[in-house]
Design a protein around this ligand. Structure first.
Ligand SMILES: [Zn+2]
Ligand SMILES: [Zn+2]
Length: 100
């Protein structure tokens, strides 16, 4: 899966690594294949909470995902987390920064 850095469309955090989420799962007949860019924790959470069938039935827009009670509490929580909490592949700078 291709990853880019930018704003997560679900939680709105900036400068996070994002993955492409198919709003209508292909397995459920998504034809137009609308996609959205989600940070990794959001994306994982969606697929942990919902089956592809549920997503295809009622969660085919970012808005409907944001309004789902199950995700709302997660979004509130993730918004408070720093984008740096996402595991990064490069660690070189992490230990060198002493104070500011
Ligand atoms: Zn997110
Ligand atoms: Zn997805």
């Amino acid at each position: 899966m291709k990853a880019t850095v930018g704003t997560c469309e679900l939680c709105g955090r900036q400068d996070v690594k994002r993955t492409i989420h198919h709003l209508v799962p292909k397995e459920e007949g998504g034809v137009l294949e609308p996609t959205s860019f989600l940070c990794i924790p959001c994306h994982k959470q969606i697929h942990a909470l919902y089956t592809n069938q549920e997503i295809a039935l009622r969660l085919t827009t970012v808005e409907s995902l944001q309004q789902d009670p199950k995700l709302q509490s997660f979004i509130k929580w993730i918004r408070k987390q720093h984008s740096s909490t996402i595991p990064k592949t490069t660690k070189s700078n992490a230990k060198r920064q002493k104070g500011k």
